[in-house]
Design a protein around this ligand. Structure first.
Ligand code: C6P
Length: 404
């Protein structure tokens, strides 16, 4: 059974007051809060087993290496990858996109095409533009409709034998819309294109099954799924990871180094140069355990209730418009008040202890599409409550009274 009070008690930060008001944290799409078990695991690592990994024969190094590799295996199981070496530890989604985009520089030729969607975060646009500059490849954009849904007919028309990579997010950070990635992957594979999925906004809400999806790459950040900042995962199919060159050179990614020639280590080490975020990688496994103990069925059911409740209550406010009105959404509500700048709304809700994000959410093409400077974004997690949504609604009404 899902007991919201019990869940909230696991997150010490939620008892804080901000400007003397109880903290209402609705900026979960930017980063999630951390349960005590994750905080304890960080401290336990540094208190008991801190050592460098894959290097020492000494006991602590073995313990740290085992814990790190066990976490990799746990994540492999979580996302249903075939092999643990297809799971690369990264610093986050941005790192994962750059690693793959950089690798494709040795594969693409002038005139090859990369399809990206209009719904992307800048992290999943800019590295591909940089790749186009390097290779002469061409970036094409999958359009969306007014609900924030990608237009599948247009997508299919854009695909051709020139398409080498399709890159799309599983869930939009700015609108919360869930993209039909299974269909998109199938269609891309029909023309022989590889598919990169940016799962940053999906992993806090669902358990991606990379084999069922049949994606070629799937990247996500640990800090959005209760783990530490500076952690993340890039899943890649073995055949792709074998084909791509290393992203960075350094220690631990080599087989043999001489001044004449260096040979590279096998997977995953080829892509993990230097001392990684060892504590972070281990603790990401703890975060995954915690999420699974709450249960993704419970998380989805409860967050959907919050989404429906929040949408209804906010829409009762005259002059409030929600962006992202697809039926298939996670618990993100992006909105604006008529005639009011989103930043001003955010400044007022902040003074009432409510944390929302305002602005373009690192997704300027979406804002350009709607012809707005930005939105107010309230993103709910499974530790939020309807009472907190009531507080948000009251603060938005107050902002309207003061500003409109
Ligand atoms: N979105 C948000 O407030 P990093 O910074 O590497 O952990 O994640 C980048 C990223 C990539 N893709 C998507 C879909 C994302 O949502 C994000 C991060 C945050 O929406 C911070 S800008």
């Amino acid at each position: 059974m899902f007991d919201i009070q019990k869940v909230r008690a696991d997150f010490p930060i939620l008892t804080q007051k901000v400007y003397g008001k109880p903290l209402v944290y609705f900026d979960n799409a930017a980063t999630s809060q951390k349960p005590q078990i994750v905080l304890d695991a960080i401290s336990k690592y540094y208190t008991e087993i801190n050592a460098n990994i894959h290097r020492g024969v000494h006991k602590l190094s073995q313990l740290a290496t085992d814990a790190y590799e066990q976490s990799r295996e746990k994540i492999r199981d979580h996302i249903n990858a075939k092999e643990a070496y297809e799971v690369l530890f990264t610093a986050g989604t941005t790192h994962g996109v750059n690693l793959v985009a950089n690798g494709f520089a040795s594969i693409l030729k002038p005139g090859d095409e990369i399809l990206v969607s209009v719904l992307e975060h800048h992290s999943n646009i800019v590295p591909w533009q940089m790749l186009c500059e390097k290779t002469g490849a061409i970036l094409k954009v999958i359009p969306m409709n007014l609900h924030g849904e990608l237009i599948m007919d247009e997508y299919v028309k854009l695909l051709s034998e020139k398409t080498k990579i399709v890159t799309v997010n599983h869930i939009s950070n700015a609108l919360g819309v869930v993209n039909p990635i299974k269909f998109m992957i199938e269609k891309a594979h029909e023309v022989g294109a590889a598919v990169f999925i940016d799962g940053a906004q999906a992993v806090p809400h669902l358990k991606p099954d990379v084999r069922e999806l049949d994606c070629d790459f799937y990247a996500f950040s640990g800090h959005k799924m209760l783990g530490p900042t500076g952690t993340g995962v890039l899943y890649g199919k073995e055949e792709w990871l074998e084909q791509l060159p290393p992203y960075q050179g350094g220690g631990e990614m080599i087989k043999e180094v001489t001044f004449e020639k260096t040979t590279y280590a096998g997977l995953p080490h080829k892509f993990e140069a230097g001392t990684p975020n060892i504590a972070g990688g281990i603790v990401l496994g703890t975060a995954v355990d915690y999420l699974n103990s709450v249960g993704f069925d419970n998380i989805q059911r409860y967050e959907h209730e919050l989404l429906v409740y929040g949408t209804e209550k906010l829409l009762e406010i005259d002059g409030l418009k929600i962006f992202g009105t697809s039926k298939d959404k996670t618990s993100v509500i992006s909105f604006n008040l008529d005639g009011v700048h989103p930043y001003d709304v955010g400044a007022i809700t902040d003074k009432m202890g409510i944390a929302v994000r305002t602005g373009h959410h690192c997704a300027q093409p979406i804002m350009n599409f709607f012809g707005i400077p930005g939105t107010v974004r309230a993103s709910f997690a499974f530790y939020n409550t309807k009472e907190e949504i009531d507080a948000l609604v009251a603060s938005v009404k107050k902002a309207q009274l003061m500003l409109a």
